[in-house]
Design a protein around this ligand. Structure first.
Ligand code: FRU
Length: 481
C-alpha cells in the first residue's frame, strides 16, 4: 500500500492536458474495469482495477474514487492490495452489496503458481467507512473451479435473490467455451454452487472461449411495463458481426427471463456500445434507503492490449471510465443516456439555423475541452459534426440517414481510425456528445445507440463545427471546465 501511495504522490498525470476533468482516470499507472459500484448515503463510490506501477510492474489493486454529484470525483487511497497468498498476483474484478450495516466487496484473487499456472479464489472485504477495508478471515470463500470448469473463473457479481444472495461468475468450461456460473449464499460467506446459466438456444453452449464480468439486473420495458431480466456479459472470442463487435473483446447483453438458472432470451445478443473503446461495464448497487433510481452503468473506456497510448508514454497514466449512464429498456433494447448532472445547459447560437452545406463553428465551445453538447437535427441529407481542429487533429462524426461514420484517423491515437455503424433512420436525430479532453462519448436517438472513443486531440485551438444539409432545431451545451 505504501509503495502505491508513493507512486500516486509522484504522479505527473494531472499535469497532462489530456487528463479528463469529470471522467474517472487513474491517479497514476493503469486503470481497467469498474468494480464495486455502490451508492450509499447519497455518495457514489467507484472502485476500479488499478495498476499503480504499470507498465514496470503489473500488480493490480482496487483503486477508489467517490462523488456526490457524478461530476467532481475525489480520488482516495487504494482500497484493496494484492497482499495475501490468495490474491498475490492481482485483486481482480467484482461487485458490491450492502448487508448487515456493511458494504461487502467480493472480488477474485488471482494467483500464478510456481509454473505460471492460474489459480482463482473468490474473496471478500467489508467496510463501514470506505477508509478501512477488511479482508474476511474466511477468505478465500470459493477455492478454485468446480469439476468441469477451468481456473478462468472470476468477476463475482453479487445480488440479493430473495432468500439470500446470488453470485454470478464469469467462467470457462473445460472444453474452452465461456459461460456464467451461479452460486448461492445465505450470509455472503458460505457459497454453494447452483449451476451454470443455461439457454434454450444451443449456440450459447459454445459462444466464445471465456465470459467475463457478468451483471444481472431486472428492469421494466418502458414501452410495455413488462419486467425483464438483462444479462450483461463480455464473451471473449465472439465477433465481429458485420459492423458490430469490432473490438478485440466484445461486450453485450441478452434481454429475457431468468427462471432459476434457465435464461430464455427474447432476442439476439446485442452490442452495448458500438465505440472503439468500451468493455467490462458494471451497474451500481443502490443501498437500502437510498432514493429509487434507474440502473446506472459505468464502463471501461479501454480494451485489453491497447495500453500503448500517448498519456502513458508522456504522463504515466492510461485508460478512463465512462460517465455514469442511466439504463432504460425500450422495445427489448437497452438505451443509455448520461445521468444529467449539475450545470444548466446554455442555448447555443446555432439553434434554429439551416446549415445549407457550410461548416459552422460553435463559438460557445471554442477552446472549451470539457462539455456536454445536445443537438437536435432535422436530417435532410448527410451532415457532420467535427471536434477539434479542421487542419489538425480532429474527430468527425459523419451522419447519413441510417448510418454514422466516425473518423479519428488524424488524432494522436494509434488503435483504429474509422468505424461505421447503423443508426436509427429518423427525420429528427437527437445527439448528445460528452467530450472531456481525451474522452468522447456519443449518444443517439434517446440513447438507442452509444458510441465511446478515446480522442487525443490538440490541446490548442480546439473547436466544434457542424456542416451539411440539415437544420439544427435545437442546440445546447453545459460547459464543465
Ligand atoms: C476484464 C478483466 C476481468 C478481470 C480483470 C483483471 O477486463 O480481464 O475478467 O477480473 O480484467 O484486471
Amino acid at each position: 500500500m505504501d509503495a502505491a501511495q508513493r507512486a500516486i504522490g509522484e504522479s505527473r498525470a494531472s499535469l497532462d492536458p489530456d487528463y479528463p476533468r469529470f471522467h474517472i482516470a487513474p491517479p497514476v499507472g493503469r486503470l481497467n474495469d469498474p468494480n464495486g459500484l455502490v451508492v450509499i448515503d447519497g455518495v457514489y463510490h467507484v472502485f476500479y482495477q488499478f495498476g499503480p506501477f504499470f507498465p514496470r510492474d503489473k500488480a493490480i489493486y482496487w483503486g477508489h474514487a467517490s462523488s456526490a454529484d457524478l461530476v467532481t470525483w475525489r480520488s482516495h487511497a487504494p482500497a484493496i492490495a494484492p497482499a495475501d497468498w490468495y490474491d498475490r498476483n492481482g485483486v481482480y474484478s467484482g461487485g458490491a452489496v450492502v448487508h448487515d450495516g456493511r458494504v461487502w466487496l467480493h472480488y477474485t484473487g488471482n494467483v500464478k503458481d510456481a509454473e505460471g499456472r492460474r489459480e482463482a479464489y473468490q474473496c471478500a472485504v467489508t467496510t463501514t467507512d470506505f477508509e478501512h477495508f477488511t479482508k474476511l478471515e474466511a477468505n478465500p470463500l470459493i477455492s478454485g473451479p468446480p469439476e468441469g470448469y477451468t481456473a478462468h473463473l472470476r468477476d463475482p457479481y453479487v445480488v440479493p435473490d430473495g432468500e439470500g444472495f446470488a453470485m454470478y461468475l464469469g467462467a470457462q468450461r473445460a472444453d474452452n467455451t465461456g459461460c456464467v456460473l451461479a452460486y448461492h449464499s445465505d450470509d455472503l460467506v458460505e457459497w454453494r454452487l447452483v449451476g451454470e446459466l443455461t439457454f434454450p438456444d444451443e449456440r450459447y453452449a459454445s459462444y466464445g472461449y471465456m465470459w467475463e464480468c457478468p451483471n444481472l439486473l431486472r428492469l421494466p420495458d418502458a414501452d410495455t411495463g413488462e419486467e425483464y431480466d438483462v444479462l450483461i456479459v463480455c464473451p471473449q472470442g465472439v465477433g465481429p458481426r458485420g459492423d458490430e463487435f469490432r473490438n478485440i473483446f466484445p461486450c453485450g447483453y441478452l434481454v429475457g427471463h431468468l427462471d432459476g438458472t434457465r435464461f430464455t432470451p427474447i432476442g439476439e445478443f446485442a452490442e452495448l456500445d458500438s465505440g472503439f473503446e468500451f468493455y467490462a461495464p458494471q451497474v451500481f448497487t443502490v443501498a437500502p434507503g437510498e432514493p429509487e433510481q434507474p440502473p446506472l452503468l459505468v464502463g471501461w473506456l479501454g480494451n485489453g492490449s491497447e495500453d500503448g497510448q500517448p498519456s502513458l508514454a508522456e504522463h504515466g497514466w492510461v485508460h478512463a471510465l465512462s460517465v455514469p449512464r442511466d439504463l432504460t429498456l425500450r422495445g427489448g433494447r437497452l438505451h443509455q443516456l448520461p445521468r444529467r448532472i449539475a450545470g444548466e445547459p446554455t442555448l447555443l447560437e446555432i439553434a434554429g439555423s439551416e446549415l445549407a452545406g457550410e461548416a459552422r463553428e460553435l463559438p460557445e465551445l471554442a477552446g472549451v475541452r470539457s462539455f456536454i453538447l445536445d443537438l437536435s437535427v432535422d436530417q435532410r441529407d448527410a451532415w457532420s459534426l467535427r471536434l477539434g481542429k479542421r487542419d489538425g487533429a480532429h474527430v468527425t462524426l459523419a451522419f447519413e440517414r441510417g448510418a454514422l461514420t466516425v473518423d479519428r484517423s488524424t488524432t494522436r491515437y494509434p488503435h483504429g481510425g474509422v468505424r461505421r455503424l447503423a443508426v436509427p433512420d429518423l427525420d429528427r436525430l437527437d445527439v448528445t456528445v460528452v467530450h472531456d479532453r481525451s474522452v468522447t462519448e456519443v449518444f443517439l436517438a434517446a440513447g438507442h445507440t452509444a458510441f465511446s472513443l478515446r480522442s487525443y486531440l490538440d490541446p490548442d485551438g480546439f473547436s466544434v463545427a457542424v456542416a451539411g444539409d440539415a437544420a439544427v432545431a435545437n442546440a445546447a451545451a453545459a460547459v464543465l471546465e
